[in-house]
Design a protein around this ligand. Structure first.
Ligand code: SAM
Length: 280
């Protein structure tokens, strides 16, 4: 019996189902169920939410989410070897766990979820950033999710919460902070995982705001920010040359010095610039 439920400990689950970790799938498992329950608690009150989990693996975080009272968990897992272990959890929590086998980058989970929806995941490193950017840039806002509680490599987590003037400030910070509150809520050493990854990890929690902090068109803002940080050591008038005609005038109209570099520009400045660029 485990610390949080009456299912077998995760080491036993892994041995029973032959779930040796595969590097190609970004598999670094959390085996301490007290820790996964703690991560689940960072996601907020789950009792009235459906939770979307990407990459449940042997089910450590899944069990944390369910033991913390999640109304329903929809878990998307690419590795078919994990399905029997997940079926045992579904049996323990009847009607509360649905598992879809497949690639989270290709599956639209929304048909299986009822709002309010929270996302919680110990993300596979190879797809984590791409999923985050998709969740941050939907066609309409507010998005389908109320909050995201996500494990990243520490360095990626720092890029999400970075402030202007820091080396880690870039596209992820601007897109994350434009329409959500983002903060690091936990830090985990490599030894928390089996096998241990090379670097430390951190859990980031993002709450979706009802609207943007500053008005801007999402597509234009993404384009401007991507171009600005693509050549982050150049002055903005050079880095943004191909973005719009008369870019120096637009930068000035947005209150930005054309000789500034991207990492000096606060969120408000990028939104003002996106509005100037959108004028055509
Ligand atoms: N949630 C488990 C835990 O905390 O122990 C496993 C986390 S492990 C870092 C990442 C998981 O994502 C693995 O189970 C892996 O098979 C799965 N995965 C990798 N790529 C995926 C993808 N594109 N779609 C869905 N799952 C994926």
């Amino acid at each position: 019996m485990s610390a949080i439920d009456d299912l077998p400990p995760l080491r036993e689950v892994i041995a029973t189902h032959g779930l040796s970790a595969r590097k190609s799938l970004g598999q670094n498992f959390l085996l301490d169920l007290n820790l996964t329950a703690k991560i689940a608690r960072q996601a907020g009150d789950l009792s009235e939410s459906d939770v979307l989990e990407i990459g449940p693996g042997p089910g450590g975080l899944t069990r944390g989410l369910l033991s913390e009272g999640a109304r329903k968990v929809l878990a998307i897992e690419k590795d078919a070897r994990c399905l029997p272990a997940l079926a045992e959890i579904a049996h323990r929590y009847p009607g509360q766990l649905q598992v879809i086998e497949g690639d989270a980058l290709e599956i639209d989970p929304l048909a299986h979820l009822t709002p309010p929806i929270r996302v919680a995941a110990n993300l596979p490193y190879n797809v984590g950033t791409e999923l985050l950017v998709r969740w941050l840039t939907p066609p309409r806002w507010p998005p389908f999710w109320q909050s995201l509680t996500l494990m990243f490599q520490r360095e990626v987590a720092e890029r999400i919460v970075a402030q202007p003037g820091s080396k880690t400030y870039g596209r992820l910070a601007v897109l994350s902070q434009w329409r959500s509150d983002a903060r690091i809520v936990m830090s985990l050493p490599p030894g928390a995982f089996t096998p241990p990854p090379k670097v430390s990890s951190a859990v980031v929690h993002l709450d979706a705001l009802s609207g943007p902090r500053f008005e801007a068109d999402a597509t234009v803002l993404s384009r401007v920010v991507a171009a600005a940080f693509n050549q982050r050591r150049k002055m903005l008038r050079a880095a943004l040359k191909g973005t719009a005609p008369d870019i120096e005038d637009r930068l000035t109209a947005a209150g930005i010095k054309p000789t500034d570099r991207a990492e000096q520009v606060p969120l408000e400045g990028f939104c003002a610039l996106a509005r100037e660029v959108a004028k055509g």
